[in-house]
Design a protein around this ligand. Structure first.
Ligand code: PHB
Length: 392
């Protein structure tokens, strides 16, 4: 009896000991849940962002402050906020991730923000670019850009470069609405006139009737924002096919339209298009040269674009923040430590604004040119250290 009791206690203690050891071992990993479109028309976003994230780990090692990074990628399929919400909930509740990251599209970031708040999990936004995204949760920090930030410089440039009448065409959701409002504000303040405005559907738009309307209105230029990828390529091709350039209408845009991943598919019609943006594959710096070289070495012929860089920088943000907190991913500690971080990105100098948790960076004015055998966004002017004007 006595012996049995002792055996029971011994067994119990060892089971209990093992149970105790488990959470300690689990705590050593750093689980990052990536919510990304990996299928559907926006699958390219997931590929670029995941590529950037993995490239950072490959170059810098996958252990931050003693915690080995475990990536869990969940496909949210594009503009499908209910799917983004479900997969983020699974990541928090089942996978017990420490950090939520990714977010290719604004509706996805909006849908997940309340989950980050409730679970007190840091949420690192690597693309979704509507200004208001970072205001939806105090646990959000962003490493991509905001639409007002990338739009204001092209509006100023247009007003200074002989463009007086502009027709705006934007995708009808957060980023498009931000782009339209900021373009109007900056361009009109500089003496320009808006002669027409169109908002196009976010899903499967047919640009033909819109292009005809623009052509009939005869503006000096069209200002365009549609999400990077298929839509940007479709609009540019339609612009060429309907001879808008031949009718004397210029195309100006944010650099989403001439992202490197779409440039080859657009081809010659892209030549000469002027855009404002924070990243070009042709950016001339040692940091970018080594990033681009490492990208091609890792992924072959697929070109890197701004989303790859935002994923790469997003991972650097996580690495540097966790080093500062001594390994803690507690939501409040993480966000406090991320505020004010700054470093030299492949895009140029960047920092995290402590007040808004948003990115501050240089915005470049670029023109598409042929460099060697490739179409590239060649930078020729810049606005340094530029904050999101959407929050001023
Ligand atoms: C967004 O949904 O926030 C978004 C998507 C694609 C872009 C820019 C912004 O090119």
């Amino acid at each position: 009896m006595k012996w049995n009791l002792r055996l029971g206690i011994t067994l119990c203690a060892s089971v209990f000991g093992a149970a105790l050891a488990l959470p300690a071992a689990a705590a050593e990993t750093l689980k990052i849940g990536l919510v990304l479109p990996m299928s559907g028309p926006f699958a390219g976003y997931g590929k670029q962002i995941e590529g950037g994230v993995r490239l950072y780990l490959k170059q810098n090692g996958d252990t931050f402050a003693g915690r080995k990074v475990v990536l869990i990628v969940k496909d949210d399929t594009g503009v499908a906020p209910e799917v983004s919400k479900r997969v983020a909930q699974e990541l928090v509740v089942q996978d017990k991730v420490d950090i939520l990251a990714g977010f290719g599209l604004t509706p996805s970031a909006f849908a997940v923000a309340p989950i980050a708040t409730e679970a007190k999990k840091p949420m690192v936004v690597m693309n979704a670019a509507t200004s208001a995204v970072t205001t939806r949760s105090n646990f959000i920090v962003r490493t991509s850009m905001t639409l007002p930030q990338i739009t204001a410089p092209i509006a100023s440039w247009a007003a200074k470069n002989g463009i007086h009448k502009v027709f705006t065409v934007v995708a009808d959701y957060g980023p498009g609405q931000d782009a339209e409002a900021q373009f109007k504000k900056t361009f009109v303040a500089a003496g320009g006139e808006i002669v027409g405005e169109i908002r196009t559907p976010v899903k499967n738009p047919d640009f033909a009737p819109f292009l005809q309307k623009v052509k009939d209105t005869k503006p000096d230029a069209v200002f365009l924002f549609v999400p990077a990828g298929e839509q940007a390529v479709g609009f540019m091709k339609g612009f060429a096919e309907r001879d808008l350039a031949k009718a004397g209408i210029k195309l100006i845009a944010t650099g989403d339209i001439t992202a490197e991943t779409g440039l080859d598919a657009i081809g010659a019609p892209a030549l000469g298009v002027v855009t404002s943006f924070h990243y070009s594959e042709a950016h001339n710096s040692p940091e970018n040269k080594s990033f681009v070289e490492a990208w091609y070495k890792a992924y072959g012929p697929d070109r890197p674009d701004f989303m790859a860089v935002a994923g790469y920088d997003g991972m650097r943000l996580i690495a540097e923040t966790v080093k500062k907190t001594g390994g803690s991913t507690d939501g409040d500690q993480f966000i406090d430590a991320a505020k004010g971080l700054k470093w030299m990105s492949p895009r140029g100098p960047i920092r995290i604004d402590p007040e808004t948790r948003d990115i501050v960076q240089t915005i470049y004015i670029r023109r598409v040119e042929k460099v060697g055998e490739k179409l590239q966004n060649v930078e020729f002017d810049q606005v340094p250290d530029f904050k999101d004007p959407g929050k001023l």
